[in-house]
Design a protein around this ligand. Structure first.
Ligand code: PMV
Length: 317
C-alpha cells in the first residue's frame, strides 16, 4: 500500500542525445527500438514539487500558471501520477518550474518526467533505486529515463516485455572541456510531437530499417570517443546520427521535415566554420532548433559566430 508524505521535491536536468532514440517497439511502455546516449544539461531542467491538493481535485501548475485539467499537459501528468498512487484517492498538486530557456526551443518532457518521478518517489515513500526510477520515468517520456542521471548517460533498450530492464545507466566519464551551445532558430510550436513522429516513421519509411543498425554502430563509436576524449569522433558521430534520424523522418509519408529555412542556414554556417578550421558540430531533435557541440577553447569564436548562443558546460559544477 502507498503512504503519502507531506511533500516531494526534486530537480532533474534536461538532456541532449548524441545517439538518438527514435522508434518504439512498445508504445504503451515506451520501449525503444534502439539504445541511445545523451549528455545532461547541468543546471537547465525542471524543478518539481508534489504536495496534497487542497481543492479536492488534482492540480497541475507549470511555471506558476495553473493548467486546465483537460489540457494535454495536465492529463499526461495526472495519468503518470496515477501509475504510482495505488488506491490512494488523495488528490495532488504538482507544480513544475522549467528553467530551460523556452527561446531555445528545447523539449522539457525529459527533465519534466524525471523530476516528477523523483518527487513522487519522495512523496509516496516508494524507495525506488535510481535504476527503477529511470525505468519508471521512461513511461512518462522515453528520454526522461536518461534525465534521472547526470553527465553521459546511456539508455539501454532492454529485452524484457515488462520493460524493467529498459532503463538508463550513467557512464561516469567526465569531460570538463565539452560545451553544448543552444541556437535559437524559431520558437514556432511544432505540429507533430515525437510520439506521433516516431510512429509515422516506423510505419511508413522503408529507410527506417537501416536506423537500428546506424544507431548501434554510432553508440559504439560514442563509447570510444568518450573513453578517449576524441572530440572529432564524438562530433562527427553525433552529427551523422542526427542527420540519419532526420533522413528517416523525411522518408516517411506524409513527409516529416522539422527543419525550417533557418535550420538549414545554421547547418551551413556550422559546415563553413568547420571548413575554416573550427571544431564545431551540431545535433538536432524533433524540432527546428540546432544544438552545437564544441570545446571550451572555441567558445569565444562561437559566441562571435552565433551571438545569441546559450552555452552549457555539462561537467563543470
Ligand atoms: O522522449 P521523447 O518521447 O520526447 O522522444 C525524444 C526523441 C528525440 O529527442 C528526437 C531523441 C532523443 O533521444 O532525445
Amino acid at each position: 500500500t502507498v503512504v503519502a508524505g507531506e511533500r516531494g521535491e526534486a530537480f532533474a536536468p534536461s538532456n541532449i542525445a548524441l545517439c538518438k532514440y527514435w522508434g518504439k517497439r512498445d508504445r504503451e511502455l515506451n520501449l525503444p527500438i534502439n539504445a541511445s546516449l545523451s549528455v545532461s544539461l547541468a543546471h537547465l531542467g525542471s524543478h518539481t514539487i508534489v504536495t496534497e491538493s487542497d481543492t479536492g481535485a488534482d492540480r497541475v501548475v507549470l511555471n506558476g500558471i495553473e493548467q486546465s485539467t483537460d489540457s494535454k499537459f495536465a492529463r499526461k501528468v495526472v495519468e503518470f501520477v496515477s501509475l504510482f498512487r495505488g488506491d490512494l484517492q488523495q488528490p495532488v498538486l504538482v507544480s513544475t518550474e522549467n528553467n530551460i530557456p523556452t527561446a531555445a526551443g528545447l523539449a522539457s518532457s525529459a527533465s519534466g518526467f524525471a523530476a516528477l518521478m523523483l518527487a513522487l518517489n519522495q512523496f509516496y515513500n516508494l524507495n525506488l533505486t535510481d535504476i527503477e526510477l529511470s525505468a519508471c520515468a521512461r513511461m512518462g517520456s522515453g528520454s526522461a529515463s536518461r534525465s534521472i542521471f547526470t553527465g553521459f548517460v546511456e539508455w539501454q533498450m532492454g529485452h524484457r516485455d515488462d520493460g524493467m530492464d529498459s532503463h538508463a545507466i550513467v557512464l561516469d566519464k567526465p569531460w570538463p572541456d565539452l560545451r553544448i551551445g543552444l541556437v535559437k532558430v524559431t520558437t514556432a510550436e511544432k505540429k507533430v510531437d515525437s510520439r506521433a513522429g516516431m510512429q509515422r516513421t516506423v510505419e511508413s519509411a522503408h529507410l527506417y530499417q537501416s536506423w537500428p543498425l546506424q544507431a548501434a554502430a554510432d553508440l559504439e563509436k560514442l563509447h570510444l570517443a568518450i573513453g578517449q576524449q576524441d572530440f572529432m569522433l564524438l562530433g562527427e558521430t553525433a552529427e551523422q546520427n542526427a542527420l540519419s534520424m532526420h533522413a528517416t523522418m523525411i522518408a516517411s509519408w506524409p513527409p516529416l521535415l522539422y527543419w525550417q529555412p533557418e535550420s538549414v542556414a545554421a547547418m551551413h554556417k556550422v559546415w563553413d566554420l568547420r571548413a575554416q578550421g573550427l571544431q564545431v558540430y551540431f545535433t538536432m531533435d524533433a524540432g527546428p532548433n540546432i544544438k552545437l557541440l564544441f570545446q571550451q577553447q572555441d567558445e569565444a569564436a562561437l559566441l562571435e559566430a552565433f551571438p545569441e548562443l546559450e552555452v552549457v558546460a555539462p561537467f563543470s559544477s
